[in-house]
Design a protein around this ligand. Structure first.
Ligand SMILES: NC(=O)c1ccc[n+]([C@@H]2O[C@H](COP(=O)([O-])OP(=O)(O)OC[C@H]3O[C@@H](n4cnc5c(N)ncnc54)[C@H](OP(=O)(O)O)[C@@H]3O)[C@@H](O)[C@H]2O)c1
Length: 294
């Protein structure tokens, strides 16, 4: 018996959601494709977390995972069929009698439906609205923690991510997790779409300067050359993802990803504290790296 099924609960955001749920006394079932992990319980979270094998690409694995669960956190990974997989999870949850779904979407996904994975989020939201299950969405801006993948480049003096000069209200993953846990466990969030954004509008130059200050060396912002970005990224990303992220990067360069006053006001109902500041994240990260952390 579990209170919450976490789909995506082993990933960047989901693992922090699981920790937050357990800290508030909930029992959690965590879906994973990994046969090694399935059947295990707990880790640092003790007996309150149960890992079960399941795969959104194999819908018949979802029914057993949803047995006895009243709430679901649905985080769909990037996938060429993300919309279809997410809708399958919503349908399975409705069928299993789940009472509340909190869906992890993306900030302003509705405003840029030409970005394939933003369009998927909108398709899944439509399925939630039609499902009869109480829902809310968490719609995060670009994560601070994406920069953890850039350590090698930063050490070589370059910040390479295409953030542009219009700016993004980038956000700390810990705030996304806090908002998600509150939406899952507290009442009063039904039918609300929550932007989850950081307090400052961050441009590529600003981000590079912040890393430069904390690393104590010059960091050049090199993100606006999307052809160079694509040439590098094509070594590690499949074609469909490269195209998707290129379209998103073009959007960041032309429009940014900018929060409104209304976004901040709406977020305050679910976050419960002030959003974390990018400068603090970079300082903590550089300190952790200097102690030998990942
Ligand atoms: N990065 C950003 O700045 C940003 C901003 C806004 C929104 N988003 C959205 O956030 C999501 C990614 O979140 P994240 O970074 O936390 O993800 P992540 O770290 O990549 O983790 C992906 C999770 O999805 C699970 N998963 C993958 N394929 C699955 C499948 N077929 N069936 C069941 N589970 C599956 C993985 O579990 P196992 O490997 O254990 O199976 C893992 O728990 C995407 O939807 C993205 O659009 C990202």
């Amino acid at each position: 018996m579990a209170d919450v099924l976490c789909v995506g609960g082993t990933g960047t955001v989901g693992s922090r959601v699981v920790e937050g749920l357990v800290a508030r006394g909930a029992s959690v079932r965590c879906l994973t494709r990994s046969a090694d992990r399935a059947g295990a319980s707990g880790g640092a979270s003790g007996e309150r977390v149960e890992f079960v094998r399941g795969d959104l690409e194999q819908p018949d694995t979802l029914g057993p995972a949803l047995e006895g669960v009243s709430r679901m956190h649905l985080l769909t990974a990037l996938h060429p069929q993300e919309g279809r997989l997410g809708i399958g999870a919503v349908d399975a949850a409705a069928e299993a009698g789940v009472e509340r779904i909190v869906f992890h979407s993306a900030h302003r996904a509705h405003a840029a439906p030409h970005i394939p994975h933003f369009a998927s989020k909108t398709e899944i939201l439509a399925a939630l609205e039609a499902s009869g299950v109480a829902w809310s969405t968490i719609e995060p801006n670009h994560y601070f923690q994406n920069d953890l993948w850039l350590r090698r480049s930063l050490e070589a003096g370059v910040y390479p991510a295409p953030l542009g000069s219009a700016g993004l209200h980038r956000v700390d993953v810990r705030d996304i997790a806090d908002a998600t846990v509150n939406a899952l466990l507290d009442d009063g969030h039904e039918g609300i779409r929550y932007p989850v954004v950081g307090p400052q509008l961050l441009t590529g130059e600003h981000v590079a300067r912040t890393w430069s200050e904390h690393l104590g060396r010059d960091i050049e912002y090199a993100g606006d050359d999307l052809d160079a970005w694509e040439a590098r990224a094509s070594r590690s990303l499949p074609g469909w993802l490269l195209r998707d992220l290129r379209v998103m990067s073009e959007y960041f360069l032309s429009d940014g990803l900018i929060a409104t006053e209304e976004d901040f006001a709406t977020m305050s109902h679910v976050l419960g504290h002030a959003p974390r500041v990018f400068d603090d994240f970079v300082r903590e990260t550089v300190e952790a790296w200097s102690r030998g952390g990942a």
